[in-house]
Design a protein around this ligand. Sequence first.
Ligand code: 5GP
Ligand code: MG
Length: 181
Amino acid sequence: MNPADIKSVLYTTAQIEERVGELAARISVDYRGEKLIVVGVLKGASIFMADLIRKIDPEVDIVLDFVVVSSYGSAAASSGVVSIKKDLDCDIAGCNVLIVEDILDTGLTLKSLMENLRARGPKSLEVAVLLRKDLGNEPVLKPKYLGMETPNEFLVGYGLDYDERYRSLPYIGILDERVYQ
Ligand code: 5GP
Ligand code: MG
């Protein structure tokens, strides 16, 4: 990639690692001695999920699962309903479930996914989100575990893409408008 595509680095690798460690420490305390199904929302959450789970105390009995969701373009913003393109492999009834997501913008994607999973009768259902856009209004969803509040810019790196690119960057950067204009 062209380094000029990234306007500025918002969070360095070290800053991300420190914050992920803090979230993992809280999760370790909250689920000590319990089984926890960690559900990653592909593809964006994959890097965050991989780092997070390896920092959680092994006394938490972790099982991994994944979903792929698709929102119906801009129509999804009004309907707020996502379709599940790849569903869970596990049955989550009676289990502790933690959804791991990369970024909350309107929060509608996650809200819709949560409603879908809650209907399956988990024992508990919480969310860990690395980033949340500060939109200046009341968020539709308050994740129990939140990494950072970000400015309202288009971010890439550490799993986040633009047109499937930039996911492998080890930091989170603001994409230069020139790339998508
Ligand atoms: P929401 O339903 O919360 O409005 O949308 C969340 C989804 O939009 C995220 O899972 C992510 O795929 C995408 N998204 C929102 N903001 C950004 C961003 O700044 N960068 C990237 N790469 N994706 C984003
Ligand atoms: Mg996503």
